[in-house]
Ligand binder design. Structure first.
Ligand code: SGN
Ligand code: CA
Length: 526
């Protein structure tokens, strides 16, 4: 059974300066206040749309502020690029096959050991606000208010321990208001706290807050070089259904808001009777005033082929970028609050997403694949002064590390069955530890499923990636990320790559054994 390390429960020894001289000259140990944690996670926010990672598209000054006041992880990844599974990895510190949440439809057993439970037992106040996307009610939170399922962009409903609550307004601002309200009025000020603030943005169908509708309309986003990828040599990529150009995959009505009488698409009813129907009359007026001229010119232009695909890409980029503006501003409100209340000095702010996303790379939107854009995730941390590290962190990290990291920050014991490792050694010292992990394991399960991405698992090192797509196919892929960072050339089976393939196979085997993934019995590696 888990037991907190009582002696260090709320104490964080001041590294290096732990001993201070008293008047008499004798040394006395001193400790600092316990650390709070604010964990902000978005849905589907990707590094390409965050300026501290990528300046090509938009500026995100408040997210960058987190990195400026702490660290930016250059190599942060998820274990399974999908919402529910990602959240289960976060809370349990375990890969999907261990926490049981394989895809968005399998059940998450909330009675298993979770980070919030251990933090709560260790004396922390725990709160969860926003997108939950796991089955059942949240457990081991002193306070929780969560969106049902994916939630709604406008005038959202929340599930609470007291029942359903309906709020007016835009979801990002509502979640932030609820978070700030709990910090100010809801928590027990005698205890340290962990606040999970889980946003809905930037999930499909990318609905902006009305004041942000005019943003980015004058901007033309550069088309990624591989927008017209032909997927040569990559069979799973040939069979996906997440193409911006495809009428079926990216819907002009639901995804791009091109509503017109008489125009029925696969998802038009979902939009008209769903998200659009939720707008109140003032919101609807602002919405229609913005989109109507765009709708009129779209249907007049009768675009086809590449012109249509590129028009869809621009609309997608603009709508997505607008939702990130609301996120950035609201994250700024949280940072300001922590500064104003003197909390920044003893609060670690973690910002990340449940996975990355495609912004037109390979011609796609959505996630799921182990390719860089969706396997990676943004990760920045604002750190109190007692942490020495600032700037870039290059070590390979994964979302299964978040739970152990939080426990370590809290001075609590990390249970041995957690598979992730604490990131504290990376953020406590200026130099990264030499023995840091050299590879990451990934496993995606949601097939058959929306967007038709085949099941696959794989290994990534700093330079190479080996992937096995399985189920109704049996295909291997190998990438050299140094010579082919956009993963266009599958080198598996090519002459000259036998040795590196063999090495990566052994590493994959080692990881599957280490993490105890039962898939290794079905596809044993010799
Ligand atoms: C919805 C979306 C998908 C998306 C999944 C999973 N379709 O089903 O495009 O991949 O969520 O997203 S929609 O038409 O309903 O928007 S996840 O981030 O929650 O895993
Ligand atoms: Ca997501």
């Amino acid at each position: 059974m888990y037991r907190a390390k009582i002696h260090s429960k709320f104490l964080f020894p001041l590294a290096g300066a732990a001993l201070i001289s008293s008047c008499s000259g004798s040394k006395k140990a001193t400790t600092e206040e316990p650390l709070n944690i604010v964990y902000i996670m978005t849905d589907d926010h990707t590094r390409q749309m965050m300026s501290c990672y990528d300046h090509r598209y938009i500026e995100t000054p408040n997210l960058d502020r987190i990195a400026d006041n702490g660290v930016i992880f250059r190599n942060a990844y998820v274990a399974n690029s999908l919402s529910g599974p990602s959240r289960a990895c976060l809370l349990t510190g375990k890969h999907s096959h261990k926490n049981g949440k394989l895809d968005n439809f399998t059940t998450f057993d909330g009675s298993q050991q979770t980070v919030q439970q251990l933090l709560q037992e260790g004396g922390y106040q725990t709160a969860m606000i926003g997108k939950w996307h796991l089955d059942g009610e949240p457990t081991h939170f002193d306070h929780w208010e969560v969106l049902p399922g994916q939630g709604s962009y406008y005038n959202p409903d929340f599930i609470t321990a007291e029942g359903k609550i309906h709020y007016k307004g835009y979801v990002t601002s509502v979640i932030t208001d609820l978070g700030l309200d709990w910090l100010e009025n809801g928590r027990d000020r005698e205890k340290p706290f962990v606040l999970f603030l889980h946003h809905k943005v930037a999930h499909r169908n990318w609905m902006a807050d009305t004041p942000h509708l005019p943003l980015y309309e004058e901007k033309t986003f550069a088309l990624p070089e591989n927008f017209y990828d032909d997927y040569e040599g990559r069979i799973a990529a040939q069979q996906q259904e997440m193409s911006i150009a495809s009428d079926h995959d990216m819907d002009v009505v639901n995804d791009l808001k091109m509503v017109r009488d008489g125009v029925q698409t696969r998802l038009s009813n979902a939009y008209i009777h769903g998200e659009y129907a939720r707008l109140d009359s003032a919101q609807k007026a602002a919405w229609d005033a913005h989109y109507q001229p765009i709708i009129d010119s779209f249907y007049q232009a009768k675009l086809t082929g590449r012109e249509l695909a590129e028009w869809k890409y621009q609309r997608y980029m603009r709508d997505y970028a607008k939702t990130i503006r609301s996120l950035d501003e609201n994250v700024g409100r949280v940072l300001d609050y922590l500064d104003e209340k003197g909390l920044s000095k003893n609060t670690v702010v973690i910002y990340t997403s449940d996975q990355g996303f495609y912004m037109g790379e390979h011609g796609w939107f959505d996630k799921r694949f182990m390719y860089e854009e969706s396997f990676s995730t943004p990760l920045v941390m604002q750190l109190p002064e007692r942490f020495k590290k600032r700037g870039d962190i290059k070590g390979l990290v994964q979302n299964i590390d978040f739970a152990p990291t939080m426990l370590d920050i809290a001075g609590l014991e990390i249970p041995s069955d957690m598979q992730g490792i604490s990131l504290l050694p990376l953020i406590k010292k200026q130099k990264e530890p030499k023995n840091w992990r050299k590879s990451l394991y990934y496993h995606f399960y949601e097939y058959p499923g929306e967007h038709a991405v085949k099941r696959h698992y794989g290994v990534k090192t700093d330079r190479y990636k080996l992937i096995h797509f399985y189920d109704d196919i049996d295909v291997w892929e190998l990438y050299d990320l140094e010579t082919d960072p956009t993963e266009m050339h599958n080198l598996y089976g090519k002459e000259g790559y036998e040795k590196i393939t063999g090495k990566l196979m052994q590493e994959l085997k080692r990881l599957q054994e280490q993490y105890d993934d039962p898939i290794r019995e079905r596809f044993p590696i010799k």
